[in-house]
Design a binder for this molecule. Structure first.
Ligand code: F6P
Length: 357
């Protein structure tokens, strides 16, 4: 009996989405009499009934391709039950379209927000399997998400390239790395790129402590400093505020971006020449690295295996190096911040990397 599998990608794109889609499809075609329905632009496509029946040939050439062939969108979980101006009951529409597409199950590739909606659809009786993707690596219950290692490589390359200018010009260079709530990407890239200071949302900084690193280095005849700062890095004062209050305070200051803000503060505090570099969405772009190609494929294959076994309401995961799964209800939306006592943080401190605390 044939089985109809819907696939969608939701939230920010990242390297490895296409490789994961390919993994699901190839394994499903091999193990099952599968028909695959590609849903356009994330949950938006499920709400609007925007989809196409995929041909096997459409899953060729995807392993190395960045972005997502299905397109993606951010459809906030908080609004899923809210009927907006378009007067559409989104949850009802998704259930109706799932039926209209004659799906037996739905595979959702995404981050924490995507998982929350997947869990909502599970509660509504749909057969759902989630695959964890994000360059932030902030999904609870999996050692790594796909996309993360590629982004680490890109951000590390930026720091490497900044090093030469910092050293040649005796400058302090601040590289702002993606990650609003979680600092994993900054931690790994900062460590790999040999940053002198790493600033994470999880470890509030004091500007005076960063300034001291710069002057201590000068005493050792090192006249440049590299700072890797997560976009969500916050000062001790900011950490003491509620989110809305913090956002309002940031809106008031001269520079909203953390790297520019810190650069301006350091310049006025100790007169050192500072520059900020923001690689931004480049960190999500391009072809997945070898690690992510393998992980995405493994995740996709495991999803197809779960479908074959008729096991739903799960997310695929890597735990202690083993490909396995979690219950959606246990992990949906649960964040995975950097533990300030993480072994990488401890190792960094032991080689005199400062966290500005
Ligand atoms: O979740 C991935 C991510 O790249 C974060 O690191 C970043 O804060 C956010 O997405 C940016 O989102 P957008 O692409 O919508 O600006």
């Amino acid at each position: 009996m044939s089985i109809r599998i819907g696939i969608l990608t939701s939230g920010g794109d990242c390297p490895g989405l296409n490789a994961a889609i390919r993994g699901v499809a190839r394994a499903a075609y091999q193990a099952l009499d599968a028909e695959i329905v590609g849903i356009r632009a994330g949950y938006r496509g499920l709400i609007d009934g925007d989809y196409q029946i995929m041909q096997q040939s459409q899953f060729s050439g995807l392993l190395t391709m960045g972005g997502t062939i299905l397109g993606t969108s951010r459809t906030p979980f908080a609004n899923m039950r809210v009927v907006e101006e378009d007067n559409v009951d989104k949850v009802y529409a998704m259930k109706m379209n799932y039926k209209a597409m004659k799906l037996d199950c739905l595979v959702t590739l995404g981050g924490n927000g995507t998982h929350k909606t997947a869990n909502l659809l599970r509660q509504e009786g749909l057969n759902v399997i989630g695959l964890p993707k994000t360059i932030d690596n902030d999904i609870f219950g999996t050692d790594f998400t796909f996309g993360f290692h590629t982004a680490v490589g890109i951000a590390t390359d930026v720091i490497d390239r900044i090093h030469t200018t910092a050293a040649s010009h005796d400058r302090c260079m601040i590289v702002e790395i993606m990650g609003n709530k979680a600092g994993w990407l900054t931690l790994y890239a900062g460590m790999a790129g040999g940053a002198d200071v790493i600033l994470l949302p999880e470890i509030p900084y004091q500007i005076e402590k960063i300034a001291k690193v710069i002057s201590d280095r000068a005493k050792l005849n090192k006249h440049f400093t590299i700072i890797a700062a997560a976009e969500g890095a916050m000062s001790v004062e900011e950490a003491g505020m509620k989110r809305k209050e913090r956002e309002a305070a940031r809106a008031q200051r001269e520079f909203r971006n953390v790297s520019q803000h810190i650069a301006a503060n350091l310049e006025s505090l100790i007169g050192v020449e500072c520059r900020s570099v923001i690689p931004g969405h480049m960190q999500r772009g391009g072809s997945p690295c070898a690690y992510d190609r393998v992980l995405s494929t493994q995740f996709g294959v495991h999803a197809a295996e779960l479908i074959r076994e008729g096991r739903f309401g799960l997310t695929v995961a890597l735990r202690n190096g083993v490909i396995t799964e979690n219950k959606l209800e246990d992990v949906a939306g649960v964040p995975k911040p950097v533990d300030p006592d993480d072994q990488i943080v401890r190792a960094a401190r032991r080689i005199n990397i400062s966290f500005g605390d």
